[in-house]
Design a protein around this ligand. Structure first.
Ligand code: 5AD
Ligand code: SF4
Length: 459
């Protein structure tokens, strides 16, 4: 029996796919890269933009046409909005929540495939599954799932639900095990890693205002916050400290950080521990306060810029990337110009720019999607050009510097890797250093790539 796996979307979905692979392998399925030979097709979907949903239906329609297998089973999981479920149902035998993954073997036994379990699976059940990592030296480790923010454009709170943090002891054990097995880069994943641990029942939390509270659920399941001073509350900063104090030669990365929840304590932690790489992905989304308010982002453009100043002061040379949405409901030329001004001022190293796409069920879906497509495309291009200039000038400052690099692949006389600051770099080399750390002297810079030469082995 062969399975074909198609993953759309973010690192969280890739991480999900590693657990899906492990379950299918345990059932004796073998992976195939040829969908026409598959007995089972599993799609991990992304709901963030309409284009991602359209790609799911487009690909699924194509597979169904191509497949000669009368018994082909097609499953859909990942991030799927209720609205899209209805549209996609005709392509799939079954759409299951990723949390139910442990129940997949039971599900596949039933012909036709159909749901058996009425009660939702507890999240621990899902995280218990040992992933089949795609790499032997880079691992994705989810630390939470879901999101408690309600950005007005975003589908995630609807597809992934409220934020639930994983038990810190289990996360630390998982990381220890990965380090023991020689993993060199651990990426901690969460929709908003900065609020890690705030949902723990009865556990102290450190809110961004710098005060420590105890957070508890009352009998009605409502969150009650009691003010009380507690030493060492479990939060993202403490989790990072614990992991960064583990012995071994490895890097820790983490995505994504919501700017509102990025505390001073966290910045200081990143600055202090060498294993924590100096790279922050901090989605800004817009430079206009009017639009930020309409997006429900909880910060102003000025606050965001002050935060970046603070980071650059405490972590000199930190790489900063962002996400920006162009053409959100009501975005005027003046609003867009404010985004451009912010981008020029901050000089991001990288940015993912998206044209706003209305998602059914979100707050913004009730507002007119009033920026014409052609204007969105023009704004996207304009911003990309601005970003390219800043990225080039940032990279040029690295020329002549010695940087630590983790190599990721080898092809035709070049070894490719990333610096601790998440910059792509390649060196001419007769040897393959995949999975190894080396020091590289930067010799040339382009906006998205560096070139260099090997200096010495890491001690
Ligand atoms: N339209 C366009 N981009 C979106 N994103 C999230 N929702 C939407 C949407 N409805 C972008 C945001 C977010 C990234 C993961 O995807 O920039 O940070
Ligand atoms: Fe979506 Fe906002 Fe949560 Fe990010 S922080 S996942 S944009 S709701």
């Amino acid at each position: 029996m062969k399975y074909f796996l198609q993953v759309f979307g973010c690192q969280m979905n890739i991480s999900d796919s590693e657990r899906v692979q492990s379950v299918l392998n345990s059932l004796g399925y073998l992976k195939t890269l040829d969908e026409s030979k598959a007995d089972l097709i599993v799609v991990i979907a992304c709901a963030v933009r309409q284009s991602a949903v359209d790609r799911v239906s487009g690909r699924a329609g194509y597979w169904l046409k191509r497949s000669k297998n009368k018994h082909l089973i097609t499953l859909l999981t990942g991030c799927v909005l209720e609205y899209d479920k209805k549209r996609l149902a005709k392509y799939f035998d079954y759409i299951f929540p990723i949390k139910d993954l442990k129940r997949l073997p039971e599900l596949l036994k039933r012909k036709p495939v159909q749901p058996i379990i009425k009660t939702p699976a507890p999240l621990d059940e899902y995280f218990d599954i040992k992933p089949k990592y795609n790499s032997t030296f880079q691992a994705l480790v989810p630390i939470s799932t879901g999101c408690n923010k309600v950005c007005s454009y975003c589908a995630v709170p609807f597809t992934r639900g409220r934020e639930i943090s994983r038990d810190p002891d289990i996360i630390v054990r998982e990381v220890k095990d990965l380090v023991r097995r020689g993993y060199r880069e651990i990426t901690l994943l969460g929709q908003n890693v900065n609020s890690y641990g705030w949902d723990f029942k009865g556990v102290a939390v450190n809110l961004p205002q710098g005060k420590v509270y105890i957070q508890q659920l009352n009998n009605q399941g409502q969150l009650k916050i009691k003010k009380r001073q507690v030493k060492n509350p479990m939060d993202f900063s403490l989790l990072l400290k614990t992991i960064a104090s583990l012995p071994g030669n490895f890097w820790i990365r983490f995505i994504t950080s919501h700017p509102y929840d990025l505390s001073d304590k966290l910045i200081e932690t990143i600055a202090k521990y060498p294993k924590l790489t100096p790279y922050l992905h901090l989605p800004v989304q817009s430079g206009s306060d009017k639009i930020l308010k309409a997006m429900n982002r909880q910060y102003t453009s000025e606050k965001y810029q002050k935060l970046i100043d603070k980071i650059r002061h405490k972590i000199p040379g930190a790489t900063i990337s962002t996400d920006i949405i162009v053409g959100f409901c009501g975005e005027t030329k003046a609003d867009f110009q404010k985004t451009c001004a912010l981008v020029k001022n901050i000089k991001f190293d990288m940015a993912y720019i998206a044209k706003y796409s209305s998602r059914p069920g979100t707050a913004a879906a009730n507002r007119p999607d009033d920026v014409p497509k052609i204007v969105k495309a023009r704004r996207e291009k304009y911003l990309n050009d601005l970003l390219k200039k800043a990225a080039l000038s940032n990279n040029q400052k690295l020329v002549g510097k010695n940087l630590e690099v983790l190599f990721e692949k080898y092809k035709k006389g070049f070894a490719y890797g990333k610096t601790s600051g998440f910059k792509n770099i390649r060196v001419p080399s007769a040897k393959d250093f995949t999975g190894k750390f080396k020091i590289v002297k930067v010799t040339k810079a382009t906006p998205w790539h560096l070139s260099g030469e090997l200096v010495t082995k890491k001690l």
